[in-house]
Design a protein around this ligand. Structure first.
Ligand code: PAF
Length: 290
């Protein structure tokens, strides 16, 4: 049951083999956890897998660099592909199966159906990357239908993506529990991301400012500062620190809607996307109402 490289843990490369394995585990009454990834795994991904292992008997990790969530000119071609070392890391923490389909398996010829949302896809990432959430929602919907897990874990680092997936699963009645996993950070606060490898030494040092700016912004909101003032301050700091700022904003934590001026009345989330050199970084922080 293989048409790919021999890896440090069992792997399947097509839907038929995946379904055969899942069917067997289901017949044994096992609870199945799932972590979708694009590979280039770091400790943030591994924390999501460990979270799934806490409550599932078997955990499947997909590794698929999804072409439909990249626009022409983005880093689809250069996105790091490290299947062998990813599998080694997954084997070390006790994941059970890698699912690594190719693009032909995922998008067979003649494929015309996509998933499109409104609501939480509006604004933020969609402004710079209008194609992005259609690509993500479509591939995640397909992966959830293919794996049919009891539980799927997604990182809070991609907070808008997590909200989009929660809404899609609710709206389409997909029978899966979605869990969010906390962002894992470097000692200086930079959120782990597969794209951090693009940063040179100077950029890497500057990138850590993003966490500080968001941390201070969230604290200001939680202590009752005016949303518009705190947001303005955070935007000024980001403009000074980085080579470009796509957004630095506070939103409602549940539905990502814009907040009225004045102190927050419900839990908020501060979110940002900035450019350091040629690398685009995103991050976010909770701003609970205290
Ligand atoms: O967050 C990611 O790595 C990707 O967007 C996902 C969810 C695996 C879909 O390709």
């Amino acid at each position: 049951m293989s048409n790919g490289p021999e890896l440090a843990l069992p792997a399947v490369y097509n839907l038929a083999d995946l379904r055969a394995q899942v069917r067997q585990w289901r017949a044994d009454g096992l609870r199945i956890g799932f972590v979708p990834t694009m590979g280039a795994l770091h400790d943030g991904h591994l924390a999501l897998v460990k979270q799934a292992l806490d409550t599932a008997d078997r955990v499947i990790v997909s590794i698929f660099v999804n072409p439909t969530q990249f626009a022409p000119g983005e880093d689809f071609e250069s996105y790091p592909r490290t299947l062998e070392s990813d599998a080694q890391k997954l084997a070390e923490i006790g994941a059970h199966l890698v699912y690594s389909p190719d693009a032909g398996e995922m998008y067979p010829e003649g494929y015309v159906t996509t998933v499109t949302l409104t609501g939480p896809t509006h604004g933020l990432e969609s402004i710079s990357r209008p194609h992005f959430f259609n690509g993500v929602a479509t591939v995640v919907c397909k992966l959830l239908n293919q794996v049919q897990p009891d539980l799927a874990v997604f990182g809070e680092k991609d907070y808008q993506q997590l909200m989009v997936i929660r809404r899609m699963v609710r709206d389409l009645n997909l029978p899966v529990e979605i869990a969010g996993g906390e962002t894992v950070r470097e000692p200086d606060g930079l959120a782990l991301s597969s794209r951090n490898v693009y940063l040179n030494a100077n950029e890497r040092e500057r990138a850590a400012r993003l966490n500080v700016i968001l941390h201070d912004f969230a604290e200001a909101l939680s202590r009752g500062d005016n949303v518009a003032d705190a947001q303005h301050q955070a935007q000024l700091k980001a403009q000074t620190a980085f080579d470009g700022v796509d957004y630095v904003v506070a939103r409602d934590a549940e539905n990502l809607e814009a907040l009225p001026a004045g102190p927050i009345e419900r839990d908020a989330r501060v979110l940002a996307a900035v450019r350091v050199g040629k690398t685009r970084l995103i991050d976010n922080r909770a701003a609970p109402k205290t």
